[in-house]
Design a protein around this ligand. Structure first.
Ligand code: ARG
Length: 280
């Protein structure tokens, strides 16, 4: 259970970056979720879902907005802009050309606000918070590789954050770490085991006691339950089955379901739509 005072601190300090879905739509295919959904996004519904997420998140956090740009449909997924730690920003370098054109807009937004930009290397792909998640209680950075972020980026990032563990993703439907792995402030991790290699499952087991490992089933995983925005003891997520909701409640968490299925068509859930600016 998270003490009330700690909870308040998390909530007060939480800040996120979002980008409205003015130009969101299935225009290209860079992950298995997009394959069958080209041209199938209902943009009116997507806008409604995004606004509802925005309103729900606003109750717990301050939200900064980035101006959407035409022909950059995936810019809504701000979690991929880069990685923020206090006043430092490590910009992403996307694997696919379709998303590389977003980089300049993300960089400009952060430089204009006085962030210190640290580039990794332009030859190595790195997809920001999609593949890099901080465990705040011990300052450990968990990184994902296998589909998007190049494993060599870990060596580069280690110069900045020496405590860093790399996990190998093996299921193309869970191509970013944040689609199948979610760190919780009470010291637990919620994850979908089948998305990881054997060695990576061992690394997770080495760092989390059995009672702190919340293994979710495929049904919840496919609804992007792990792709949750976490603010103190509140989780905002697309969907979770009743057993998972009960398990979370028993650990002192509250799940707010905020359907974003129009965005699942592009391979993103709630967390992909909000980049954390407050390192919690
Ligand atoms: N269509 C986007 C892509 O394939 C979805 C990004 C989802 N973002 C995330 N943080 N997992 O790049």
């Amino acid at each position: 259970m998270i003490p009330v005072l700690v909870k308040r601190r998390y909530e007060m300090e939480s800040r996120f970056l979002m980008c409205a879905p003015d130009y969101f739509g299935g225009e290209y295919n860079i992950n298995p979720w997009m394959t069958d959904n080209l041209g199938r996004v209902d943009s009116t519904r997507a806008k409604r879902q995004w606004l509802s997420l925005f309103e729900s998140l606003s109750k717990f956090a301050t939200i900064e907005l980035l101006k959407p740009r035409p022909n950059l449909p995936d810019m809504v997924f701000t979690a991929n802009a880069g990685l923020v730690r206090e006043d430092s920003f490590i910009p992403s370098h996307f694997q696919y050309l379709e998303r590389r054109r977003e980089e300049t807009h993300f960089r400009k937004w952060f430089s204009a606000r006085g962030y210190h930009l640290t580039d990794l290397a332009f030859s190595v792909s790195f997809e920001g918070e999609g593949d890099a998640l901080f465990q705040s209680d011990n300052n450990l950075l968990w990184m994902g590789h296998g589909f998007r972020t190049d494993p060599r980026s870990r060596d580069l990032i280690k110069a900045l954050f020496p405590k860093c563990i790399s996990l190998q993703l093996i299921d193309p439907r869970f191509y970013h770490l944040d689609t199948c792995f979610c760190l919780l402030p009470g010291g637990q991790v919620m994850y979908f085991p089948n998305a990881f290699s054997k060695d990576s499952l061992q690394s997770i087991a080495d760092h989390f006691a059995t009672q702190d490992r919340i293994e979710i089933n495929e049904e919840d995983a496919l609804h992007f339950a792990c792709n949750a925005i976490v603010i103190g003891n509140t989780l905002i997520l697309n969907h979770a089955g009743s057993a998972l909701i009960k398990r979370l409640q028993s650990l002192g968490y509250r799940a707010i379901l905020q359907p974003v299925d129009e965005f699942l068509k592009a391979g993103g859930g709630t967390k992909c739509l909000a980049l954390s600016l407050s390192s919690n």
